[in-house]
Design a binder for this molecule. Structure first.
Ligand code: ATP
Ligand code: MG
Length: 393
């Protein structure tokens, strides 16, 4: 029998997880955590009354390796490096609490023991456990005094099926387990904005897939690689990510020849929205996500957004609408997409970018021009969407 073992205690949002969905959410959470951990070693995720416990199957768990791969999973609220023991004997708990404290005590001056006892058959109440262990630590450890109101350090004892001891609570990203709020399709370019937009919506429990419009030879393989790398980063938070790479050269060249240059971007974006919707419908996804931020570029004025949105039948989520560039950059850095996004490969060739783009396009004017080329345009968009390459992470 194992007497003690280093584990990672994972707390998830219990309040959000009610009713029948709860089982499914926990399953999603475990599978996302496992997926990240399977890449780095042999780990076991144990279910334990409102907690998940990560165990290393091959010896002592290394927190520096494990924590970054668990803390990023949406739905995880906190992670706590701690000790697990099957032996809940008071003497054992006292000794392990002291040992844990010696390893984790830094500069704190005061402490308090907090006990949670979900097994009510345990002979002592939570208060009694806290008092006994607190006293034992005071008697056997010099560096700390008790402060029950405002302690620098809290030593947690959780008595569940097994007992757990920890003192450090590390905040995770929060959010909801992916899959708990349906499915949406992100238009993912290689830029800074769209991966942040996809991440923000995924954080709310939406299973996000991505569509990238690739325009070879005008956009390079390296630009495509960038998008693949971004999709992989997002998949670390969500457990999975399906990316559709749509060959868009024919659509773009057709528009270049058939619409006024100053309105080209608007037409291109409308074509992208239409294609993304075709893919979204096939994937049972019920919304689109873009990285638009109001006023950032010519096509992101209210008039531009209106002309683009006019072709969409699904809700289009634009979580960055009201953010400044710097705010978006800050999130991109925090989530690990920034360094990939700023790699110097252009995401669209200058051939397709007007020198003086229209900033206040009228939807009626765009519609009218488009009506003349509509059938051929839609055919090209449908063909491109059908020929999408699918990459799964
Ligand atoms: P990003 O930083 O995400 O590239 P951006 O500021 O460059 O955004 P635009 O180029 O106007 O803005 O694009 C607006 C949105 O349209 C993007 O955030 C993205 O959602 C979508 N988009 C643009 N180009 C592509 C592409 N090649 N493939 C997929 N989606 C695209
Ligand atoms: Mg861009």
């Amino acid at each position: 029998m194992i007497l003690e073992e280093k584990v990672l205690i994972v707390k998830y949002g219990e309040i959000a997880l009610r009713g029948n969905n709860r089982k499914l959410f926990v399953k999603q959470l475990i599978s996302a955590i496992r997926k990240n951990l399977d890449k780095i070693g042999d780990y076991y995720v144990l279910r334990e009354q409102g907690r998940l416990i990560v165990r290393d199957m091959n010896g002592e768990l290394d927190y520096d390796t494990v924590i970054p791969n668990v803390i990023c999973v949406f739905g995880v609220i906190d992670v706590c490096p701690g000790i697990r023991t099957e032996n809940q004997d008071m003497q054992v708990l006292k000794q392990l609490a002291l040992k844990h404290l010696k390893e984790h005590h830094d500069t704190e001056k005061t402490f308090k023991v907090e006990t949670k006892r979900s097994d009510k058959r345990y002979p002592l109440t939570s208060r009694e456990v806290s008092a006994e262990i607190g006293e034992y630590i005071l008697d056997n450890y010099d560096g700390l005094t008790v402060d029950v109101h405002n302690p620098d350090l809290k030593l947690w004892i959780e008595l569940r099926n097994d007992a757990y001891i920890y003192s450090k609570v590390i905040r995770a990203f929060g959010g909801l387990p992916v899959g708990s709020s349906g499915k949406a399709t992100a238009l993912l370019s290689g830029g800074i904005d769209s991966p942040v937009a996809a991440w923000l919506i995924a954080k709310r429990g939406v299973l996000v897939n991505g569509v990238y419009f690739h325009t070879p030879p005008y956009t390079s393989e390296r630009a495509k690689q960038k998008v693949k790398d971004l999709a992989e980063v997002v998949s670390k938070y969500t457990g999975e990510f399906k990316l559709f790479v749509v060959p868009f050269t024919d659509v773009q060249l057709f528009l270049l020849e058939n619409v006024p240059e100053d309105k080209l971007t608007i037409f291109l974006k409308r074509a992208m929205m239409r294609s993304a919707e075709i893919i979204a419908y096939k994937e049972n996804s019920t919304g689109l996500i873009t990285g638009d931020s109001v006023g950032q570029v010519a096509s992101q004025t209210m008039e531009g957004l209106n002309a683009i949105n006019a072709v969409c039948t699904m809700p289009v989520l634009r979580p960055l609408s009201g953010l400044d560039k710097q705010e978006i950059v800050d999130i991109a850095k925090k989530i690990g997409t920034f360094d990939i996004s700023v790699r110097p490969y252009e995401d669209c060739c200058t051939v397709f970018v007007a020198k003086h783009p229209e900033t206040k396009p009228k939807t009626s004017v765009i519609d009218k021009i488009e009506s003349k080329i509509y059938d051929e345009l839609i055919k090209l968009i449908e063909e491109a969407s059908e020929n999408a390459e699918v990459i799964e992470f």
